[in-house]
Design a protein around this ligand. Sequence first.
Ligand code: NAD
Length: 361
Amino acid sequence: MEYRIAVIPGDGIGPEIIGEAKKVLDRVGEVYGHTFHYEEVLMGGISIDTYGVPLTDEALETARKSDSVLLGAVGGNVGNSRWYDVAPNLRPEAGLLAIRKGLNLFANIRPAFLYNGLEDACPLKKEIIGPGFDMVIVRELTGGLYFGERHTETVNGVRQATDTLVYNENEIRRVAVKAFDIAMKRKKKVTSVDKANVLDSSRLWRQVVAETAKDYPEVTLENMLVDNCAMQLVMNPGQFDVILTENMFGDILSDEASMITGSIGMLSSASLNEGKFGLYEPSHGSAPDIAGKGIANPIATILSAAMMLRFSFDLDKEADAVEQAVREVLACGFRTVDIMAEGMTRVGTEVMGARICERII
Ligand code: NAD
């Protein structure tokens, strides 16, 4: 098969890690008989330098016409870069918001997985980690509190600020469908997280999720209050398969879940629209402190490319092969600087990419 991928290297370590992810995709193409066509798109600081804005309409259009988008990271050193001496809507990160909105990417998917050999990076006690954990957080990304009406006013001489949290049933249903579809490819369990004991929006959330569950009789649905979920993540992370939640709860819980894996350079993510289209990117930023040194960990980006194979192209076998290659490379003791431990072999970005490629057979 042939696939057209819009590639956004971005800033900082972006071009370095994207280079390795492309090599891995090309290796997959070679072994499994696919061709990936890449079209490079500028976004972030490099787009500001070239066009004066973080994302041009043409760049957005190129992304829209592709089968999926692979993104490195955007942004510079916030305290020390000319990119930040301008209005917020002209800064590098504004490109991210614009592309997510422009492509209607409403479902954010972030796996949190503890790799064999990286247990020491996990801040939890060994008896809590048990045999490990492997979960996916599905977060609603374009609604809720972050997108509701807001204003600040002074009432009777007292300053007062208001944010509004609105969800309609269609917004809830479409992200719930994503979560149940993903659960069908995994351990078939969805934990829907809300605050239904207090919020109307959460009560509607719970109703619509229960209605959606009827179409997935093989999937077990449980409901959990968000405060309990925050505790359960650090008390018994192994109980979770797919966590489904709204925008703000997901923002907080997905950071908590990634924290317990202990390794930012390993965490992939996907943002999906109604169909098969998605934007795939590592969860970390552009790491300007190590840019150009050839030491960045490319694994999060490579695993994001694996998610693209699985979710956008339905190439599950190929995605499995990439994930297995990553596990093998780690089991052989290869480590980039961010996950280095005593007795392991330290490698740079390119060698890590090459070691992964040669295990895709
Ligand atoms: P960051 O994730 O870039 O870096 C945090 C720390 O983790 C740094 O010490 C960095 O060296 C390290 N690190 C990150 N990724 C790594 C990797 N692959 N390999 C090895 N080490 C890695 O976060 P930050 O420093 O807060 O932000 C830097 C810039 O990135 C800012 O401009 C920020 O706005 C931007 N940012 C962009 C995105 C995105 O593009 N989606 C996300 C977050 C931050």
